[in-house]
Structure formats: C-alpha cells, structure tokens
Design a protein around this ligand. Structure first.
Ligand code: PGA
Length: 255
C-alpha cells in the first residue's frame, strides 16, 4: 500500500514581469501555507527564478524552470544549463507541447534534456500529450508510447519514481478551455503508469494538464491515476491556483 502525495505545479509560461512574478509567488506562498498532503510548485520564466527563489526559497512552495538545455556548458547562446539551476531550483519541465510544436523540439531533444536535468540532480517534469488529430485517429497510445520511449532513451539507467513526474497534457486541451474528461485523463494516466512500471519497474506520479480550473480540479483529482496537475492559465491568478491546490490537498490517497 502506498500513499501518493499529489503535486500541483503552476506553469506561468511567458507571462508576468519580474515584479508581478514575485508578487504572484508571494500570494501562492501565503494562499497555500499550512495545506497538508499536497506539494505545490511554481515554474516562472528564467528571468524570475532568482527573485522568486528569494521570495519562496525557504518555504513549502517548490521552484522549477520551464525548460533546460541538454549540455552543461559551452557555446550555446541563450540556453540555460541544468548546472545553473541545480542546488536551488528543484524542478525542470521538459517536453512541453509549446516547445514541441511551436519551437519544433524533437522527441530526441526532449530525451536529452530529461537526461541532463536528472544527471544534474533536478527533478524532471516530463510533459507528453497527443494532438487533436492524433486523438481522433485513435493514435494517442502510439504517440504517448513514442514520447515516453524516447524520453527514457538517453538515461543511463531506469529512473526512480522520485526523480521525475510525467505531465499528461493533451495538446487540444491546453489553453483551450476544453479539459479532457476525468475518464479520458484517467485512461491515459493509467496507461502511462502501466507502461513505465513495465519498463522501469515502478511508475512515478502522473499529473494531468490542460485547462485545469477550480471548477474541474476536484473531479480530475478524484481519478485514482491522476496525481496532481500542471496548471497554465489558472496559475497566473493566485486565488484560482490556490483553489486548485486545495482541491488536491485532501488527496493524499491510499491506493
Ligand atoms: P492551461 O495550460 O492550464 O492554460 O491549459 C497547461 C499547460 O500548458 O501546462
């Protein structure tokens, strides 16, 4: 019997000034203070990480970066090394669908990023998810399996559940207001867990992401395969994000 503590992470994307970001982080810290049975994280833009760290660094709110490069140093103008984040920043998100589909990141690049993040001791948040046409074509299993397979390919050994989480984010649900139904989200999250258990011996937590709001959070968290959320738009409003974290809080489920 295991107890899974859910994780709710706010992906701010390319939003807020540094000053607004620090205020938002403070509001998240105050709003979620004292909540038991849930982990909370914010993923501000790179420019905000250090000032936000100064605001929340010694609190219960964890800090993460929205991306990371696969090399540790060198002539890679504009990139950020995992070693620059390690030791004070806990999480590194890799493979977000906006990076895959707007910036053209490949499965291979995502895999290299995950490997570099884990090697530096960062906790990885690996995002996977199918496009709308892939879902309509009944291909989500193929897409998710391919993304998982290539993400693990560059790791020297199978990751342990404590080293990373998966964020299942169907592309058609991100920023669209069209949340996956709890049943749809559960089906894919359960599949991801089974796939990873078979290949690595154990499954990490699996989060759902895609138009999560205070209104739909509880029904998503009620699904046993969903261990939290990666929240975009609603994470920019401290009260909404706090409400989502609160919805996950009684969910230190026994299962
Ligand atoms: P959303 O974004 O909550 O605005 O849909 C989620 C994400 O992209 O992580």
């Amino acid at each position: 019997m295991t107890v899974t503590t859910p994780l709710v992470a706010g992906n701010w994307k390319m939003n807020t000034t540094v000053e607004e970001g620090v205020k938002l982080a403070e509001a998240v810290r105050l709003g979620t203070e004292g909540l038991k049975g849930v982990e909370v994280a914010v993923l501000p833009p790179f420019t905000h990480l250090r000032p936000v760290y100064d605001e929340i660094g010694h609190s219960h709110v964890q800090l993460g970066a929205q991306d990371v490069f696969w090399e540790t140093k060198g002539a890679f103008t504009g990139e950020v090394s995992p070693l620059m984040l390690a030791g004070w920043c806990e999480h590194a998100l890799v493979g977000h669908s906006e990076r895959r589909h707007i910036l053209g990141e490949t499965d291979r690049e995502v895999g290299r990023k995950l490997a570099a993040a884990l090697a530096a001791g960062l906790h990885g948040i690996l995002a996977v998810g199918e496009l709308e046409e892939e879902r309509f074509a009944g291909e989500w299993v193929t897409v998710i399996d391919r993304q998982l397979h290539s993400a693990l390919e560059f790791l020297p050994q199978p990751p342990t559940p404590g080293q990373y989480v998966i964020a299942y984010e169907p592309c058609w649900a991100i920023g669209t207001g069209r949340t996956a139904t709890p049943e749809q989200a559960h089906e894919v999250c359960a599949h991801i867990k089974a796939w990873l258990t078979e290949r690595t011996g154990a499954a990490p937590r699996v989060l759902y992401g895609g138009s999560v709001t205070p209104d739909n959070a509880a029904s998503l968290f009620a699904e046993t395969a969903i261990d939290g959320a990666l929240v975009g738009g609603a994470s920019l409003r401290a009260e909404q994000f706090t409400a989502i974290v609160t919805a996950a809080a009684p969910g230190a489920r026994v299962g």
